[in-house]
Ligand binder design. Structure first.
Ligand code: G3H
Length: 478
């Protein structure tokens, strides 16, 4: 049961010598949809060796040629948007239209990366020595950016294509090779995306995609001596990886508990629209989803009413029908969400809707009058369940936001720009959006999390820079 897919190594599609596969369960039907290879550690070793060899030649390939191949891959990716989106619908229950957007956005991201790469990597620096005390003008330092080597990319299930190319594009334009370990849910969409790079004609071994169980190859990959950089997006695993990884640059984007602070002078219709979009798109399974609403008591009733009216209109059902709320990715995820909901119930939160669940499908739920002793005030459900905490001062809101272990994004709604900037400055998060829900895109914007939300900054330009190191040559005159 379930169509079997091969993994990609040395420019070929291969079956694993393990003879084993990993099942991908369709979140909607809860039946096995596809199977991918359970790669072995020995196969990982071979991929790493090939990546090392291929990288040396790739680093010598002119930058414009590297860009040309990326542009080609981007175009092919867009041509393949329909079959790839179908995989996203079946593997991760992404609503049909959003699945297509993810692939198109990915093609655009790859093209933009190629353009940005030729600009920023096409420039170096010349320094002269006599600006530093005691020096004559007899040293000329030429510095430019060179690749790191082999980049290991580990994207999460919620954007298996887009968050893969946001690592692959920068790695390749900068002259690195790339080993991709896709999430199990989303692995087939990722393999199909890799196929587009294959069709574009990248050299053998430069890109590979190994699939399998985290327990078998997860640590083995992240602790592999052949890896020169790790770019990871996901949950707590990232914290474990950063503790185990060797002395290699890390780019980590982990969880979030993005707060939406609403002041009394805000445009309440705009607030309601953004709470629904920010909290419930892709059923809340985005690291940048609004995960707690901190709202001034005086406007709370009005906003809650507006949000409830909008939630009542959301279509709940299968992703094939392009419903707004679709089944969450796994049964264990649905169970976890349910645990948070039950905890809030026991502790007296107000349920604005009846809690309803069928299989992995959870109906949208707004929990009002949530208090800090409830788990949902702090933990991220990664589901269509959103807590509202009523506040009596801005300081209270900022305090709750900053007491979180997370610090990804946040947003503030007010018509007073001075207040908005002051609140933004006070919020300990990587980004604050004024009068809009949190979001990573546009994809060239810097994207970063503080505290347990991550290490480093992403976005196209930052990722290219992060996947390079500075190399200097100093000319010493007699
Ligand atoms: O899930 C994490 C993503 O980086 C969020 O991306 O803001 O485009 O949904 P997004």
């Amino acid at each position: 049961d379930g169509e079997v897919y091969k993994y990609y190594a040395d420019g070929e599609w291969r079956a694993s010598a393990s003879g084993k596969t990993v099942a991908i369960v369709n979140p909607t039907t809860r039946q096995t949809q596809y199977r991918v290879q359970a790669c072995t550690q020995e196969e990982v070793n071979k991929v790493m060796d090939a990546a090392k060899v291929a990288q040396k030649a790739w680093a010598r390939t002119p930058l414009w040629k590297r860009a040309e191949l990326l542009h080609k891959a981007a175009a092919i990716l867009k041509e393949h948007k329909t079959p790839i989106a179908e995989c996203l619908v079946k593997e991760i229950a992404k609503p049909a239209k959003d699945a297509v957007s993810e692939v198109v956005r990915s093609g655009d991201l790859v093209s933009y990366t190629a353009e940005e790469g030729v600009r920023i990597l096409g420039e170096g620096k010349l320094l002269v020595s006599d600006s530093f005390p005691g020096n004559e003008r007899n040293k000329y330092c030429l510095s430019s950016k060179v690749p790191l080597g082999v980049v290991l990319a580990i994207p999460p299930f919620n954007y298996p294509v887009n968050l893969a190319v946001s690592k692959i594009g920068p790695a390749l334009i900068a002259g690195n090779s790339l080993v991709l370990k896709p999430p199990t849910q989303g692995a087939v969409a990722a393999l199909h995306m890799v196929h587009c790079f294959h069709l574009a004609g990248f050299p053998k071994g430069l890109i590979s995609c190994v699939t399998g169980k985290g327990s078998e190859i997860g640590d083995f990959l992240t602790m592999h001596p052949g890896v020169n950089c790790i770019s990871f997006t996901g949950g707590d695993t990232g914290i474990a990886i950063s503790k185990k990884a060797g002395m290699v640059p890390l780019q980590m984007e982990l969880g979030g508990k993005d707060a939406c602070i609403v002041l009394e002078d805000a445009d309440l219709d705009l607030v309601a629209a953004n709470i629904v979009k920010g909290g419930f798109s892709y059923s809340g399974q985005r690291c940048t989803a609004v995960k707690v609403v901190l709202i001034m008591e005086v406007v709370a009733d009005a906003v809650v009413e507006k949000v409830n009216a909008k939630l009542a209109k959301l279509k709940v059902g299968p992703p094939e029908d392009d419903c707004d709320i679709t089944p969450v990715v796994t049964e264990s995820s649905a169970n976890f969400i349910e645990g948070l909901v039950m905890d809030a119930k026991e502790k007296g939160a107000t349920f604005c809707q009846e809690y309803r669940r069928e299989g992995n499908l959870i109906w949208p739920l707004l929990l009002d009058h949530v208090r800090p002793d409830m788990r949902i005030a702090w933990e991220e459900p990664f589901g269509p369940v959103l807590p509202v905490i009523r506040i009596n001062s801005v300081e209270e809101g900022i305090h709750h936001c900053n007491a979180s272990n997370f610090g990804l994004q946040g947003c503030v709604f007010t018509r007073d720009i001075n207040k908005a900037i002051m609140i933004s400055d006070a919020m300990e998060t990587g980004t604050v959006q004024i009068n809009s829900a949190p979001a990573r895109g546009p994809d060239h914007f810097p994207f970063q999390g503080l505290k347990d939300s991550g290490i480093g900054s992403q976005g196209i330009t930052n990722s290219i820079n992060m996947m390079t190191k500075v190399k200097s040559t100093v000319i010493n005159l007699p």
